[in-house]
Design a protein. Structure first.
Length: 278
């Protein structure tokens, strides 16, 4: 008999139940989503429609007055194939609404990434350009300043100058880190900076030429004065005191991120054994 699977809940998981067994007045959410046909709207606990059903998706819930929920509408686009046949496709465009049902950000962005920790900031993409907006829609980082901006995690975000074509960096493509004011706290001069958004870690790896270092993210900023520290790099250790370097140059360490200790423990010192993982 196969092992039983426990339901893993996240923002995409919805529990269905008969309306007869549901008491809206006891729902802890300030606004409650409902569907009408294929569209989604929101009502309050009194059953009053606050947001008309006009969205195709939503992400998040209204538990507090300050909560913002990401909603989506479908955008249809098309092109003419060879032979003159027209092909059409649908893509979501995202926006944000508040607990009053007001649009904070219009549903016109192909991508909205909320910040984790710190004040509410949103990395958005529009017309192929990235920018950063606050909860009022004010620009914190102008569109087009960077070729890519990651989501903010505890007040920091990766940025990239230049573009990438088919996975290959074009000339001048470099990575840096900005704070929640848009200031570069780590200059955009690195060949690579490993993603730290949502990783719940205080270190990330930076690469420049043949040099590889580990940066302690919390030491980039002085929380009180907002100043950059001079000594934030450690070439050998991450925040858990785990050593790197013995297996530098292997896929298991350079790409998958396994430490020397992990390769010794999990792969008996053979980094090539990474490829045998089921």
């Amino acid at each position: 008999m196969s092992e039983k699977q426990r339901l893993s809940t996240n923002e995409y998981t919805k529990i269905l139940m008969p309306a007869s067994s549901y008491d809206m007045a006891k729902d802890s959410r300030l606004l409650i989503p409902f569907t009408s046909g294929e569209k989604i709207g929101f009502v309050n606990r009194d059953g009053i429609v606050v947001v008309k059903p006009e969205y195709t998706m939503y992400y998040g819930e209204f538990y507090n007055e300050q909560d913002l929920v990401k909603v989506a509408i479908d955008y249809t686009y098309g092109f003419i194939r060879s032979g003159g046949k027209v092909a059409t496709y649908r893509k979501p465009l995202y926006g944000l609404i508040n607990v009053k049902g007001e649009m904070v950000l219009n549903a016109e962005y192909p991508e909205i990434v909320p910040s984790i920790g710190g004040g509410p900031l949103f990395t958005v993409q529009k017309n192929g350009q990235y920018g950063v907006l606050d909860a009022s829609g004010m620009e914190i980082v102008p569109f087009g300043r960077y070729g890519y901006i990651d989501g903010f995690d505890r007040g920091l975000a990766r940025v990239k100058i230049g573009t990438t074509t088919n996975g290959v960096m074009n000339n001048g493509c470099r990575w840096g880190i900005i704070d929640n004011t848009g200031k570069e706290v780590l200059p955009a001069q690195y060949d690579a900076i490993w993603n730290f958004y949502g990783k719940s870690r205080d270190t990330t790896r930076v690469e420049k030429g043949d040099s590889r270092s580990y940066i302690k993210l919390s030491s980039l900023l002085d929380k009180e004065e907002g100043t950059v520290h001079d000594s934030y790099c450690d070439n050998d250790y991450d925040d858990y005191g785990t050593h790197y370097g013995e297996y530098a140059g292997t896929y298991a360490q350079d790409v998958a991120g396994y430490s020397d200790d992990a390769i010794d423990d999990a792969f008996d010192g053979d980094p090539d054994a990474y490829w045998n993982i089921d």
